[in-house]
Ligand binder design. Structure first.
Ligand code: PEP
Ligand code: MN
Length: 336
């Protein structure tokens, strides 16, 4: 109640979230207050005239929430990772009109996220939002979860009519990093943010490191730069079209050069085959990487970016040469 009061005084949040059942990875950590806290949420709603939401992971949770008239439900990352649980929730929601927010699964598997949305949609739920909360991944990162923004963009491409909300608290895992993640989400035109807040963050019973005080949250929200998809400036469109025209020309050159490079690969493949030489020659690959990365450095390009492109080209080159080794000798029979 005290967090809600301050949030209402200091911000214009549209939805109050509180996890009353918390799926925790390890036992003997705080797993939420449970069903009795539904009344606390009802108090927040009636006192502050603020819609409320909580996480559901089982059909019992759904039924209890519907009975308590919780305004919006959300399904957490651990639950989305399990189609049996999602189906159980979907079945409990059949014939009900309540908005549901669906977090991305723990692992970066786009199809699990898509599947969860389909199951909830097939149950007849009309208002669905997706929540991007990042993924468990082995990369070294300053964040608790790897954002993998490309997966959020891929989901939006599959479901353009579904609003995407970002959860920068769970991506960042650390309060000082929440702002930059939130800004990035706004820059990608996400429709909202789900951010954890607590009156006394260091004493929070869960995820203490990522809690912001209502005051810090209000400052963060004020500082966000909200961009629009288009600009009123009449010159903007002209300038953008001009720059995009230049990019189109460059992309055409890139594709044309890639085509030339790939046809050389056909020739090399045939030549290696005639002479009984293997497709992969590690030394040559190492030389290519070394020289190109040096060029990239000299051109001030991001080395990891250039390495990724080279690796993609090399993988394609090996695929093509392997094809050649296993087909007849004529160039026209080589499959692309
Ligand atoms: C939460 O929102 O507090 C939570 C546990 O999130 P997630 O399902 O993203 O881990
Ligand atoms: Mn949390």
């Amino acid at each position: 109640m005290s967090t809600a009061r301050l949030l209402v005084d200091l911000t214009n949040i549209k939805l109050f979230r509180a996890g009353i059942w918390k799926p925790r990875t390890r036992p003997e950590t705080f797993e939420g207050v449970g069903v009795e806290a539904l009344e606390w949420l009802q108090n927040v709603r009636s006192t502050f005239d603020l819609p409320v939401t909580t996480e559901v992971a089982t059909s019992e949770h759904v039924e209890a929430c519907l009975k308590a008239e919780i305004d919006v439900l959300w399904i957490g990352a651990r639950t989305v990772s399990n189609p049996f649980s999602i189906q159980e929730i979907a079945d409990a929601l059949r014939g009900v009109d309540v908005p549901v927010m669906i977090k991305n699964p723990i692992i970066p598997d786009l199809q699990l996220w898509v599947g969860a949305i389909e199951r909830i949609r097939n149950a007849g739920i009309k208002t669905i939002a997706a929540i991007h909360r990042g993924f468990s991944w082995m990369d070294k990162s300053i964040y608790r979860n790897s954002p993998k923004w490309d997966l959020a963009i891929a989901l939006k491409t599959i479901f353009p009519d579904i609003d995407m909300i970002c959860d920068p608290s769970h991506i960042a895992g650390e309060r000082s990093l929440i702002k930059e993640v939130a800004q990035k989400a706004m820059d990608l035109d996400m429709k909202g943010l789900m951010i954890e807040s607590h009156v006394d963050p260091t004493n929070a019973w869960s995820d203490a490191k990522q809690q912001l005080t209502p005051n810090d949250l209000a400052v963060l929200i004020d500082d966000l730069i909200i961009r629009t998809l288009n600009s009123d400036n009449p010159l903007f469109k002209n300038k953008l079209d001009e720059l995009r025209g230049m990019i189109d020309e460059i992309d055409e050159v890139i594709v044309d050069q890639l085509q030339k490079r790939m046809s050389l690969i056909n020739e090399i493949g045939l030549y290696k085959k005639e002479n009984g030489v293997t497709v992969l020659q590690l030394e040559r690959w190492e030389d290519i990487l070394k020289s190109r990365i040096q060029w990239a450095k000299e051109s001030n390009l991001n080395i990891e970016f250039v390495r990724k492109i080279l690796e993609a080209i090399h993988t394609e080159s090996i695929r093509k040469q392997t094809n050649i080794m296993n087909t007849n000798n004529s160039t026209d029979k080589i499959e692309d």
